[in-house]
Design a protein around this ligand. Structure first.
Ligand code: C2E
Ligand code: CA
Ligand code: CA
Length: 655
């Protein structure tokens, strides 16, 4: 397009230049021609005029000669007559030498003919006049000869000369007329070419402005749309919501904002790659668009969050629209013969009953969606009382981001006691958040938030680094303990985890054999292939792997056998109720047996009493952890505990 416009400009420019050149040449030529003709005609006219006037003079002389009495005067008159004749001949000769038109030539030939006759006849006439004036002969006869012979000839010549003059006048007029035509032609040509150039220029200007307008429109559209899916982006959504608010105010209707977050998108993205993730996001966009009406707006806010703005929706219509949106995702997505199931959680907010502005509506829908996610429902409608609890969670999320960087986090360490030696052999690092306003927060309250906010990676990194640094210090003080660190399910999506554990071990100078990583069964089951790869890699590095909360989740013994784990941790709920609940006792006993059969070490959690400790010892449990022996404690307390406790380890001497 740009090239074509450029060519257009060049053509217009060339046209203008050619136009000016042609016009100027035409004008110059016409001018020159007119000048030539005028000059030529001037000369010819002058010569003809001279001929004409000499003829008149000679006619006068012819009349005067017979009358003059004085011979000197007569002689003078004869000389004048002759000189007029000479002038006439001279003028005629000059005229003859000029280039003449055929018509002029014709007239001149006639003049020449007549002149010859006149001279032939005039000479004797003059002669006789002279003689008669001398001898004073018959004057009347001379007059008669002059009148009858000389004068008619003279007149005939004069007529021809007049005809010549007329012809010249006529030719001049024709030349002027031709020049005018020529000018008109030039003017028309110039006008034509000028119009062509103008038209071309206007076309180009039109094309350019069209192109600029199109580009401006494209840019505006880009600024308003999500480049990946082509759906409306956040700012266009805001505009649409505001527009919808105006419409609803005028028509006294209500509308809804549906916020949707895909459930397993991150998994797809991590395991199948970004290309598949992108295609999935596009497909979700397409399905949503097909589901809703043309007057509804589908937008993508980024990541796997979509918003559908439902025009003219009332409270009763919410379940049906929510189910319609969910149904759009029911059909599995296909990628290379593999079908991918993607669920979603929806939050719905309504105008005007719940929120009165665009940001409010989006925030309320977000809170509702969050409630849906937490309660395991597919969708939830916003209710003001959700706000109080969830607004807290939402702000916690952003505060957590800051907490990781600004030293609000700390670790408490809980001792793990070996049954055989009755000595502490390890510690479990348990995370605490010393919130500036809310005080100490237990990990159960904020670990799920960290998972949702995508902060698990940095959080685990922080815990590992802090725990390993602390462990190194304890080793240097002579406490050769192991350190157990908890991993979240989300950590098993991070293929870089083994490398970063390795780097942290190297950095702290702790041997891998002193590090245990705890992971729940369900976390492994949520992502078996990546999970297995990561655990295998960690096992190869020499890190101990423990299955946490064993017995609570989905247990697959067959699968357990394939995992490279070294240890099982019996969940505290069974241990705590063991002495009262026969079932729990059976579970604890069979878990210990099972673990030993698989060659695994068993640690019991939640040992709160001496009885529990004794019973576990009888059952052959390897290790125990609980308030009875030691609560999770900050590092200062731990150091004191290690000094004084009955469970404190027998000094091992050298490291
Ligand atoms: P968990 O791994 O099962 O940790 C043991 C929990 O049981 C700890 O709760 C501990 O304080 C508590 N506990 C220990 N002994 C007893 C006892 O005798 N009686 C009772 N009633 N409870 C006992 P805490 O510290 O609140 O941690 C809760 C959960 O938070 C942990 O469960 C773990 O899953 C998670 N968590 C803690 N720190 C981290 C961390 O750094 N990263 C990750 N991903 N999760 C963590
Ligand atoms: Ca644990
Ligand atoms: Ca546990």
């Amino acid at each position: 397009m740009g090239v074509r416009i450029g060519i257009g400009f060049v053509v217009v420019l060339a046209l203008m230049v050619a136009l000016s050149a042609i016009g100027l040449r035409y004008v110059a030529e016409a001018n020159q021609r007119l000048k030539d003709i005028a000059q030529d005609n001037n000369v010819k006219t002058e010569l003809a005029t001279v001929m004409h006037s000499t003829l008149r003079e000679r006619a006068l002389a012819m009349h005067a000669l017979p009358i003059l009495a004085d011979p000197f005067e007569k002689d003078e008159e004869i000389q004048r007559f002759n000189s007029q004749g000479a002038q006439y001949i001279d003028a005629r000769n000059r005229l003859e030498r000029m280039s003449l038109s055929p018509k002029e030539n014709e007239i001149l030939a006639l003049i020449r003919e007549l002149t010859r006759e006149l001279t032939r006849e005039a000479q004797p006439v003059v002669q006789s006049v002279v003689e008669m004036s001398i001898f004073n002969d018959n004057q009347a006869e001379i007059f008669e000869r002059i009148r009858s012979v000389a004068m008619p000839r003279q007149r005939a010549i004069a007529d021809q000369v007049s005809a010549l003059l007329d012809l010249q006048r006529q030719q001049t007029a024709t030349a002027v007329h031709n020049a005018e035509i020529s000018y008109a032609r030039v003017r028309n040509l110039m006008l034509g070419l000028g119009s062509a150039a103008l038209l071309m220029g206007m076309t180009i200007a039109g094309l350019v402005s069209q192109r600029v307008a199109r580009q401006a429109k494209q840019l505006a559209a880009q600024a308003m749309h999500d480049p990946l899916t082509g759906l409306a982006n956040r700012s266009l959504l805001h505009d649409r919501i505001e527009h919808e608010i105006e419409l609803s105010k005028r028509s006294n209707t209500s509308f809804g904002v549906v916020l949707m977050d895909l459930d397993r998108f991150k998994e797809v993205n991590d395991t199948l790659g970004h290309d598949v993730g992108d295609e999935l996001l596009r497909e979700v966009g397409r399905r949503l668009k097909e589901t809703v009406r043309a007057e509804d707006t589908v937008a993508r806010l980024g990541g796997d969050e979509y918003v559908v703005l439902i025009h003219n929706l009332d409270q009763k219509g919410v379940p049906s629209i929510a189910n319609k949106v969910l149904a759009a995702l029911d059909k599995p997505f296909h990628w290379q013969n593999q079908s991918i199931d993607i669920g979603a959680s929806l939050g719905v907010s309504m105008y005007p009953s719940q929120c009165a502005d665009a940001s409010g509506l989006l925030r309320c829908a977000d809170i509702a969606m969050y409630v849906a996610k937490r309660s395991g429902k597919d969708y939830a409608q916003y209710a003001p009382d959700q706000d109080r609890t969830n607004r807290g969670d939402l702000s916690l999320k952003s505060e957590l981001r800051e907490a990781i960087q600004s030293d609000q986090l700390s670790l408490h360490y809980q001792p793990q006691i070996d049954h055989r030696s009755r000595c502490v052999v390890g510690l479990e690092a348990l995370l605490r958040w010393n919130h500036p306003q809310r005080g100490f927060l237990a990990p159960d309250t904020f670990i799920p938030l960290a998972e949702e906010a995508g902060l698990i990676g940095p959080l685990t990194h922080w815990v590992l680094r802090t725990a390993l640094t602390q462990l190194k210090a304890l080793h240097e003080q002579g406490h050769l303990l192991t350190m157990a660190v908890n991993l979240s399910a989300r950590n098993l999506h991070d293929m870089k985890l083994p490398a970063s554990v390795h780097a942290l071990l190297t950095e702290s100078g702790v041997s891998p054999v002193h590090l245990t990583l705890e992971i729940t069964e369900s976390a492994v089951m949520a992502n078996p292939s990546d999970g297995l790869a990561i655990l295998t890699e960690l096992d190869r590095m020499g890190v101990t792997l423990a299955i946490d909360d064993f017995g609570t989740g989905y247990s697959s013994l067959a699968y357990l056998k394939r995992l490279p784990v070294d240890e099982l941790k019996i969940d505290k709920s069974f241990v705590m109720d063991m002495d009262e609940d026969e079932n729990d006792a059976v579970i604890v006993r069979s878990t210990i047996d099972l673990a030993h059969n698989l060659g695994l070490k068993v640690t019991a959690e939640g040992v709160e009493t001496q009885d529990a400790w004794n019973m576990l010892e009888i059952l052959g449990c390897d290790c125990s952890q609980g308030y009875f022996m030691g609560r999770p404690m900050p590092v200062e307390k731990l150091e004191a505990w290690l000094q004084q406790s009955v469970w404190s380890e027998v000094p091992t001497g050298t490291l």
